[in-house]
Design a protein around this ligand. Structure first.
Ligand code: GDP
Ligand code: MN
Length: 388
């Protein structure tokens, strides 16, 4: 689960990361009020959306008067920002954050991620920030400093100092960097985060370190024990298809293609997506309907997948162990009738009660396309897509 910049800053500040003063606004008036209250001459108005790359997309505005702050906020509210990370549909701005301007001497990058290879938290830094980490890794891989933290020991001070020196910081800034690193590590570990990113972490004109941007993501499976984090969820920033599926208790990930998928088991779902691609098609989604799926659950899954207007063909692929092919078939027939489906539906059933399942499909009289193997099913779906 992702959270907003202002929320991440609040968390990190509580752990000890210095951040500029700022305030959240839901209206242009409120934004101007924050600027007046903070005082000063320069403010930055920042669109709060779950995405990086806002600066380049026009979501970060430097303002030099209260009126400019009000206008900048007014232009951001309700705007759909398309960044390098949002996809073409973009994300809508409902909140802006107003911050006092910072005099920047140097921009750096700092990120904490879970390194699956070493099974540890890895801290990544670069003395050049601003650029996205992907660009930096591609263009200047040598500029990255990496450090892996031993969970039994935690982040040691000497390690943090080594890291700070490796970034080329002046001796006076090293203890400040140590504070920032340890604060980020604590926040990451104590809140079951999966990512903390400060880009840019700046050295100010007066030589202090400050987080000008912050991002945090959290392990969704740990939210049950982090109610304070779970409360930070902002549904307006989520893919509506995925949010609806989550409410229905389905394991669903929206993709960009037009072949809708309903499959049991994550492994089979991945394999099916590969087969669709190999046959020349593009899956519209990943959906694991789970084990012991009742006809009602199948219907809900259909509803979720077909809620995506891009879907042109539906592919059902079930290898029934705990599942029962007859239940799945009943669910498919029900979905067909209840939802008034007119698009081609390809069904491949295998395993428990497969004969009963096939009999139900055949007896329904519906124009369901059946397939025997996974490869057949993928080919049929792609062929039906081409004909549709
Ligand atoms: P992102 O594009 O979504 O990563 O948004 P950022 O918060 O990182 O803002 C983009 C850029 O705007 C930063 O890299 C900074 O160069 C600049 N910026 C952000 N906040 C401030 C600020 O307080 N003062 C100044 N002068 N520049 C800022
Ligand atoms: Mn940034």
């Amino acid at each position: 689960m992702d959270i907003h910049e202002y929320q991440a800053k609040e968390i990190l500040a509580r752990s000890g990361v210095p951040i500029p003063r700022g305030g959240l606004a839901y209206s242009p008036e409120q934004a101007a009020f924050h600027a007046r209250e903070m005082g000063g001459k320069v403010w930055v108005v920042k669109a709060q959306i779950h995405s990086g790359g806002r600066g380049k997309a026009g979501g970060v505005k430097i303002c030099r008067s209260e009126d400019e702050v009000r206008d900048a906020a007014a232009s951001l509210f309700g705007q759909t920002l398309v960044t390098a990370q949002t996809g073409p549909q973009g994300k809508c701005v409902y909140r802006v954050y107003v911050e006092e301007g910072t005099d920047i001497a140097q921009e750096m990058y700092l990120g904490l991620v879970l390194d699956r290879k070493s099974e540890r938290i890895m801290i990544v830094g670069a003395a050049e920030g601003g650029m996205s980490i992907e660009e930096l890794a591609a263009e200047k891989p040598d500029a990255l400093v990496r450090m892996v933290v031993d969970p039994a020991v935690g982040l040691a001070e000497y390690q943090s100092r080594e890291f700070a020196f490796a970034l080329g910081l002046a001796p006076g800034q090293v203890p400040k960097m140590v504070t920032v690193l340890r604060a980020c590590y604590r926040a990451y570990r104590d809140l079951d985060a999966t990512m903390v990113e400060i880009n840019p972490l700046v050295v100010t004109a007066s030589g202090d370190l400050m987080a000008l941007d912050a991002k945090m993501s959290f392990d969704t499976n740990a939210l049950f024990r982090r109610p304070a984090v779970a409360e930070l969820r902002d549904r307006s920033q989520e893919d509506p298809r995925e949010a609806a599926a989550q409410d229905a208790g389905l394991n669903y990930v929206g993709l960009d293609g037009d072949i809708g998928c309903m499959i049991n088991g994550a492994g089979l779902a991945m394999a099916t997506m590969d087969m669709i691609k190999q046959a020349g098609g593009e899956p519209a989604n990943f959906l694991d309907v789970g084990g012991g799926a009742s006809p009602e659950r199948v219907l809900r899954a259909f509803r979720t997948v077909l809620g995506d207007a891009r879907v042109r063909v539906m592919l059902v692929n079930i290898f029934a162990g705990i599942n029962r092919c007859d239940w799945i078939a009943e669910g498919v027939v029900q979905a067909y009738r209840t939802l008034g489906i007119t698009m081609p539906v390809v069904v491949r059933l295998s395993g428990t009660n497969v004969d009963e399942g096939r009999a139900i499909l055949a007896a329904s009289g519906l124009p369901i396309i059946t397939a025997d193997t996974l490869a057949d099913a993928a080919r049929e779906a792609v062929a039906a897509r081409a004909a549709a």
